[in-house]
Design a protein around this ligand. Structure first.
Ligand code: UDP
Length: 357
């Protein structure tokens, strides 16, 4: 039994960590390809190290290209690895160009594809992630959905009639939080070094193309963060792409953003903050796992159950909406009794299924 896993970007390293661990526990051979989509130390290496993900067997070092060039080069390189390794299945995560390239390379070689985080939809076809996830789902054999909404999306799109198996093991990001959070006190000192151990602060991230590639939207988010920062400090671990765009266009923040942080530091920040503002997918759920109110700086979300539960609000980039939502959500402890993201055993269920393919 051999699985080839294709990883490339930060959220995929985090999603893969507990699945990879579960595969090792049942002695399934996993060969890891790192496409190189994210390569900086604090966007890639730190996660492999901290989360004890095995070193990639193949480093393709493909980054910094346009969507077409990047996906095309990945496709070519992944195909040659698959021809050499001859795996029983190919495992892909989420919705990046690496996900699509891995799935496409496998599909053309008739290797069954397992897609973790299947069925998510924003219904915004301009998002590169939406294109990647719809196409990956369509050619995957094993569709591992994190939520009931994701299963419903696939059913509505007619997936019951396709040659695939839909299941709902839960969300592997929940597994990761449960597994790693006990180690945070020993492994992170970020609250002390940022001097916020007993101070209220908001945690923000901005990286989604619809915000960074639109200066009006990006400017409005920064202005809202500046306003919130006057009441309570904002901590913004800044994605390198966002930083480059802010610098190039002279968009001003009244506070100093920090470099992207590793997973343990992120968990410490989530635990210590009193509000999350983000355009990230993963962080919206993590805010909920830490009982923090989340303001989603987008016009829609794939994680609609959080909005329905009243723990997440979609503000887009409207400054007034953001600051009003911040006033409402700051310091609020949010909980729901529902197990929206499974019971923390998603990785184990996925690994068991993969071992039987
Ligand atoms: N994350 C991190 N350090 C950071 C920013 C994000 O560890 O400086 C983690 C975050 O906690 C979440 C994941 O990266 O687990 C989300 O990745 P990202 O926001 O890049 O992608 P998305 O979830 O939007 O696909």
């Amino acid at each position: 039994m051999k699985i080839v896993t294709v990883l490339g970007a930060r959220p995929q390293f985090i999603k893969a960590a507990t699945v990879s661990r579960a595969l090792r526990e049942i002695q399934v051979t996993e060969v890891i390809i790192h496409t190189g989509q994210h390569f900086d130390r604090n966007m890639s290496e730190v996660f492999f190290k901290e989360m004890a993900i095995p070193r990639p067997d193949y480093n393709l070092e493909i980054s910094g290209l346009s969507h077409g060039a990047m996906t095309g080069r990945m496709l070519e390189e992944i195909e040659s690895v698959l021809l050499k390794e001859k795996p029983d299945s190919v495992l892909v995560y989420g919705d990046t160009n690496s996900t699509l390239a891995g799935a496409l390379a496998a599909a053309k070689l008739h290797i069954p594809i397992a897609h973790v985080e299947a069925g998510l939809r924003s219904f915004e076809m301009k998002m590169p992630e939406e294109i990647n996830r719809i196409l990956t789902d369509r050619i995957s054999r094993y569709l591992f959905c994190p939520t009931t909404t994701a299963v419903d999306n696939l059913k509505r799109e007619g997936f019951d009639a396709f040659e695939c198996e839909i299941s709902q093991p839960g969300d592997v990001m929940y597994d990761a939080v449960l597994y790693y959070k006990a180690q945070v006190p020993k492994k992170s000192t970020i609250l002390e070094s940022l001097e916020v151990k007993d101070q209220p602060f908001s945690l923000a991230t901005i990286h989604r193309a619809e915000n960074t590639d639109n200066l009006e939207r990006l400017g409005a988010i920064c202005e809202a963060l500046n306003q919130i920062n006057q009441q309570s400090k904002v901590i913004l671990p800044l994605h390198p792409r966002t930083r480059a765009i802010l610098d190039k266009n002279n968009i001003r923040l009244d506070f100093t953003p920090i470099e992207p942080v590793g997973y343990f530091d992120m968990l410490a920040l989530l635990d210590g903050c009193n509000l999350v503002l983000t355009d990230s997918g993963g962080l919206q759920k993590e805010a909920y796992f830490f009982s923090k109110y989340c303001i989603t700086l987008r016009d829609q979300t794939e994680w609609v159950e959080l909005v329905e539960a009243g723990v997440n609000t979609i503000t887009g980039t409207d400054m007034a909406l953001i600051t009003q939502a911040a006033a409402k959500g700051m310091g609020k402890t949010v909980t729901t009794s529902a197990q929206l993201y499974g019971d923390g055993r998603a990785s184990q269920l996925i690994a068991e299924k993969l071992s039987k393919i």
